[in-house]
Design a protein around this ligand. Structure first.
Ligand SMILES: Nc1ncnc2c1ncn2[C@@H]1O[C@H](COP(=O)(O)OP(=O)(O)OP(=O)(O)O)[C@@H](O)[C@H]1O
Length: 269
């Protein structure tokens, strides 16, 4: 069954497949955690693991014992700490399967799922128009686009809208005289679900120190979910977006449009 020789080691197809799967999983994990707070926790846990092997190799029994106990409960701790990331990781894997929305298999055998994207294009155009006008007027805004139909937010503080998405509606919600302009607007599917929503504020220490709560809460809502959060800065009129707990600042309308296509049409997150 041995097929290859590499520096004296023998490999077969199964070994190659095994290695490819591990590399794929590591890349997905890296993509998922890169730039987020969870990445630092992950590196911390890795350090503990390496330290354990080191003290064991050096023959230091007390430290080995302590770290061994730490690692024993570590697995449960990892599941608890990384619960949102594990969920997202499985989601990313699900999107890469042959049954995912945009796969060749789906298009070929389930043509009803190969729908036209006119609705998504309309949403993108309306949001882009609104963001352009809001930015031109130095009007602050925070728009969350939920990519799955499940989005958790504090309903007690928000105002339900359930209205069709239109640039004029978005602009009037964020106009400074509107009683709804404070907080975030949530878009789910083809509806504006709610306005005046208070979002979780990210405490990621790696974010630029000069950014305020609007930008931090945009990051916060994307840290544990598949949302895209768009921010128009009132102070600087810049447009930014947050995704996967990362903030991309000062983008053009064209760049934002490309990102929205990626998220809404290509189904990437
Ligand atoms: N947790 C939150 N959830 C949703 N919206 C928030 C939250 N915290 C603040 N905001 C909104 O952000 C607005 C401005 O906050 P702040 O000035 O601190 O943000 P910023 O990131 O500096 O944005 P800007 O560049 O627009 O000033 C608030 O008036 C409020 O509407």
């Amino acid at each position: 069954m041995d097929m290859f020789q590499f520096y004296g080691y023998r490999f077969n197809w199964l070994n190659i497949l095994d290695l490819s799967i591990v590399i794929f999983l590591v890349i997905q994990l890296y993509r998922l955690l890169k730039g987020s707070l969870a990445f630092n926790i992950f590196v911390g846990l890795l350090m503990v693991y390496l330290a354990y092997f080191l003290v064991q190799a050096l023959g230091m029994p007390i430290l080995t014992n302590i770290l061994q106990n730490f690692i024993n409960v570590g697995l449960i701790a990892i599941i608890i700490i990384f619960q949102p990331e594990i969920r997202k990781f499985l989601l990313v894997l699900g999107k890469k399967t042959p049954l995912s929305k945009d796969s060749f298999f789906t298009k070929l055998f389930m043509p009803d799922r190969f729908k036209s994207y006119r609705e998504e294009e309309n949403i993108i155009n309306e949001v882009i128009t609104a963001v352009g006008h809001l930015s031109a007027r130095h009007t602050g805004a925070l728009i969350v686009i939920a990519t799955t139909h499940r989005v958790k937010f504090d309903t007690a503080s928000s105002i339900g809208i359930d209205g069709n998405i239109s640039a004029k509606l978005i602009e009037s919600i964020f106009s400074k005289s509107s009683p709804l302009h404070d907080g975030a607007l949530i878009i789910v599917g083809n509806k504006i679900l709610a306005a005046k929503v208070i979002l979780p504020v990210s405490d990621n220490p790696n974010l630029p120190t000069r950014i305020g709560l609007r930008h931090r809460s945009a990051v916060g809502i994307t840290e544990h979910s598949d949302n895209l959060a768009i921010v128009v800065s009132e102070e600087r009129a810049t447009i930014s977006y947050a995704q996967d707990g990362r903030l991309v600042q000062d983008v053009s309308l064209e760049e934002l449009k490309i990102k929205m296509y990626e998220v809404l049409v290509d189904g990437e997150s």
